[in-house]
Design a protein around this ligand. Structure first.
Ligand SMILES: Nc1ncnc2c1ncn2[C@@H]1O[C@H](COP(=O)(O)OP(=O)(O)OP(=O)(O)O)[C@@H](O)[C@H]1O
Ligand SMILES: [Mg+2]
Length: 373
């Protein structure tokens, strides 16, 4: 068992965070597979997985449906996990709808919110919405199901910290009392002009900017009235969800590539988790260029290659090969420095996953990752 799997042993929740494209989704699935291989019942909640990976996990559609990766899929990949692997794709809209249903005092109010165009934007593509709902879903999965481990993938944000900040921004928007106090009377009287766009900070402005003309006023008024009295419930719930993330049976996994900017971002996230007393289980340096040479055994130079190639050495092949090998080792050395910087600062167990020769889109590929975790 690898260092990260060991560190995650007593955990019930793992959250994979990191900057865009570093391998969060892939690592999240591999962590869940590793737990299933050890005999656990593991679930990975993915966000926007690549289509082929989704297919490999048997995820045909959205809808917050947890589905068990079937035995035959494992058999075809030559695997026989002792436990079970479940997977799902987060459905942001559905999670919002469930949350509204949970808080709405009655059916009429629920429907009124569902029909509101501002709500439809908010619950759909709007920035931060995915992060908010990922946390909400995690809470539900962790408290209402019996998985040994729930692994949460996080949304493909440019900035990893958005995952922790977005919910607050949305709550601020929903509960913006100043905006509410200023807006409601004006809205009901139909007197409000475009000044509304200057209110309540950039997030509110950006939200409202998606609407035009008189529709804004009606929708906004309706939305705020619809949410009236529900905000406290939302806020309380978000507080409980956040508190869950500081429990000792949670482990954040910092995923990074060996690119300096990705490492910087992982370290920023690490500091933030530390400041908020949220437990870090380890770091994964993914898609790392690893040296070809064994320690203490240098790679062959052009002369040795020429000798080894013999008659096959034509057109300067040995020289070009030697140059390519040397270049690879340089890249590997640069990656090694960044990985060391990451692991030293994080302190928790770190694992290196080499850059594989192709994308990881099937169970066999995930297994190769899982074995290193
Ligand atoms: N070790 C690896 N070797 C080779 N390819 C990899 C490796 N890890 C991940 N990949 C590939 O890199 C791509 C990005 O990975 P992934 O989707 O997991 O990143 P992500 O952090 O979830 O991205 P996003 O921020 O967009 O959600 C995928 O095509 C995946 O198959
Ligand atoms: Mg992803």
């Amino acid at each position: 068992m690898g260092a990260l799997s060991l560190s995650l042993r007593g955990k019930r929740i793992a959250v994979c965070v990191g900057s865009g494209g570093v391998g969060k989704t892939t690592v999240a699935a591999a962590i869940a597979l590793a737990r299933a291989a050890e005999g656990g019942k593991a679930l990975v909640c993915t966000i926007d997985p690549a289509r082929r990976l989704a297919n490999a996990l048997g995820l045909a559609s959205l809808g917050n449906v947890e589905s068990r990766v079937p035995d035959h899929a494992f058999r075809e990949a030559g695997l026989r996990p002792a436990g079970e692997l479940f997977a799902m794709m987060l459905d942001v809209k559905r999670t919002w709808d469930d949350l509204v249903a949970r808080h709405a005092p009655d059916r009429a109010r629920r429907e009124r919110i569902y029909q509101n165009r501002l709500y439809q934007q908010l619950s759909g593509a709007l920035g931060g919405s995915q992060e908010f709902m990922a946390m909400e879903k995690l809470y539900e999965l962790a408290t209402e199901r019996d998985y040994d481990l729930v692994v949460l993938d996080t949304p493909p944000t440019a900035h990893a910290l958005d995952f922790l900040d977005a919910p607050d921004r949305i709550l601020d928007f929903l509960g913006n009392e100043t905006a509410r106090a200023l807006l409601l009377p004006a809205l009901s009287a139909g007197k409000l002009g475009l000044r509304v766009f200057q209110l309540g900070g950039a997030y509110v402005a950006r939200t409202l900017a998606r609407f035009t003309g008189g529709e804004v006023l009606k929708d906004l008024s309706d939305f705020l009235q619809g949410f009236h009295g529900m905000y406290e419930g939302f806020e309380r719930r978000a507080g409980v969800v956040r508190a869950l993330l500081a429990q000792p049976d949670v482990g954040f996994v910092l995923v990074s590539s060996a690119a300096p900017l990705a490492v910087d971002e992982a370290l920023m996230f690490h500091e933030r988790l530390h400041a908020e007393s949220m437990p870090v289980a380890g770091a994964v340096a993914n898609r790392v260029t690893v040296p070809l040479a064994e320690p203490g055994a240098p790679l062959p130079d052009a002369a040795r290659l020429r000798e080894a190639l013999g008659a096959r050495d034509a057109g300067g092949l040995a020289e070009r090969l030697a140059a390519t090998l040397a270049e690879h080792e340089l890249l590997a050395a640069a990656d090694a420095r960044e990985v060391a910087r990451l692991f030293e600062a994080v302190g928790a167990p770190g694992v290196v996953i080499p850059r594989l020769e192709s994308d990881v889109h099937d169970l066999g590929g995930l297994k190769r990752l899982a074995e290193r975790l």
